[in-house]
Ligand binder design. Structure first.
Ligand SMILES: [Zn+2]
Ligand SMILES: [Zn+2]
Length: 484
């Protein structure tokens, strides 16, 4: 475009000059160094700050790909100050944030209104305050317009979040049951706009079992291994996946007896059922003997026979008491004890057995407020499969990123299938697959119907449902997590 300017010169003669107005000729997304331009559409790691420690030349190729304010270079064809506007244009498939969400969390906004800038006198400008929303899986480009009607578009950027996973496994047999790979975790999170990078694993000393009072010692052992891990260097975006083995709680001194038993040479062996009230469940039910959980710890405490006529009590040796497996497939699960009474002096009376039994097996340990996630690798003497462990890790990372949101604080809006602790399970979860409007969602029937990984108990589904998937994409993890 051209314009005309006239002025009086010293000679008093009027001259007319044709002055060319500057035109927008180039817009680029910077790719690290200020003279390097992003050659193709790229990714933007919106949770990471512009620090060289994040540039790995694999997923993050330059400083320019860090942060939610990518730098943009604008050039006009002539020197001089020129005015232009900029805004970000979202791809139509991006999850869109509601006004409520943007009010609660300003990081959910992107620069959607045109903003006016002026070039420097060189006719160029590097913009460093144009911002994208900090969710993932959103594609944007920037549109820049000069005042003469020229509009140019930048290359496209897809927003991603990066999380580093530091696994800490136990040495010895306990460690062998830990998941071999977290590939399912990585692929599910990729769908939600996260790059999960698994760091070199660390080990901690074996703990055969973590009982009711062992959580603190478990945590400090994990922490010790974590201090020298790569995960430590990736704070605050590292999550620690600690593998536990059995999480069994025992009860000692449980007394079982059988009356009117004939003993002595030729008498048949008797069987005593192991059953009783649990600490958490008062109903009388089958119990399993405390065996093969901690080396050197036996289920057997004592056994004796009291003759009903004489009142004489005779001890029964441990070698005459045999734990009977419930089935061959799980030989350590025993809820019956067979007692050979043929070695006792002949008589009739009561056999009393004192045992240690498994009060309960816990599904996991909870360490809120830090970057630690725990995965139980064994329950009831059986290893959890790698698939089951991946499912648990997906669920627990889900909680760390803010799932399932209830529309409070910096979180996205409440999902349609949200339920909280008042309707069963501790925490906020998803009842997708279960009819809505129930008073509770934690029955066995509910579990069988549920089909989202964010349901409140394991259900063999490792994917986010349609609602949770949108919420996971929207989540803001820019603050990261405090280290354990
Ligand atoms: Zn949960
Ligand atoms: Zn869901």
């Amino acid at each position: 475009m051209t314009g005309k300017k006239s002025f009086e010169c010293a000679s008093g003669k009027e001259h007319t000059f044709v002055v060319k107005q500057a035109k927008l000729i180039q817009v680029e997304i910077l790719d690290g160094a200020e003279d390097k331009f992003l050659p193709n559409n790229g990714s933007q790691f919106v949770n990471l700050d512009r620090d060289n420690k994040w540039v790995d030349n694999k997923s993050v190729t330059s400083l320019g790909r860090l942060g939610f304010k990518p730098k943009i270079y604008v050039k006009f064809d002539l020197p001089g100050v020129s005015e232009f506007t900029l805004k970000a244009i979202p791809d139509g498939k991006n999850p869109s944030y509601t006004d409520d969400e943007k009010t609660r969390n300003s990081l959910f906004k992107f620069i959607e209104e045109e903003k006016t800038y002026q070039t420097e006198s060189s006719g160029e400008l590097v913009i460093s305050d144009a911002f994208l929303s900090v969710g993932g899986k959103s594609t944007f480009h920037f549109e820049i317009k000069d005042t003469q009607g020229t509009t140019l578009q930048t290359k496209k950027l897809e927003t991603l979040r990066k999380i580093f996973v530091q696994q800490i496994k136990m040495t010895g047999d306990a460690g062998k049951s830990a998941a071999g790979s977290i590939g399912t975790v990585e692929s599910e999170y990729k769908k939600q706009g996260f790059v999960i990078e698994s760091l070199p694993e660390k080990t901690m000393p074996e703990m055969e079992n973590i009982g009711a009072n062992d959580s603190a010692s478990y945590k400090s052992a994990v922490k010790k291994a974590y201090q020298s891990s790569d995960g430590k260097k990736k704070e605050p975006y590292s999550l620690v996946v600690g593998y536990t083995s059995h999480l069994a709680v025992k009860t000692s001194g449980r007394q079982l007896s059988k009356t009117n038993v004939s003993v002595g040479p030729g008498s048949s062996a008797i069987t005593i059922n192991v059953a009783g009230p649990g600490k958490t469940n008062p109903a009388v039910r089958t119990k399993y003997l405390w065996q093969e959980i901690v080396s050197g710890e036996s289920w057997f405490e004592s056994a004796s026979f009291k003759d009903a006529t004489s009142g004489v009590v005779t001890a029964i040796d441990e070698k005459y008491c045999t734990a009977i497996a419930v089935n061959a497939a799980n030989p350590n699960a025993s809820s019956k004890v067979k007692i050979d009474v043929s070695k006792l002096p002949r008589g009739t009376g009561t056999v009393t057995l004192k045992v240690t039994w498994v009060d309960r097996m816990r599904a996991g340990l909870s360490f809120g407020g830090s970057n630690l996630i725990c995965v139980c690798t064994k329950a009831w003497w059986k290893n959890k499969s790698s698939a089951q462990q991946n499912e648990v890790i997906i669920h627990e990372i889900g909680h760390k990123i803010g799932m399932v949101p209830g529309g409070t604080g910096k979180l996205p809006d409440k999902t349609d299938t949200f339920y909280d602790s008042s309707k069963g399970h501790v925490g906020t979860h998803c009842h997708h697959g279960i009819p809505a409007g129930q008073a509770r969602y934690d029955s066995a029937t509910d579990a069988a119907l549920s089909d989202c990984v964010m349901y409140g108990s394991t259900n063999s589904h490792s994917a986010f449902c349609e609602h949770c998937s949108v919420a996971a994409k929207k989540q803001d993890i820019n603050s990261g997590w405090p280290a354990l």
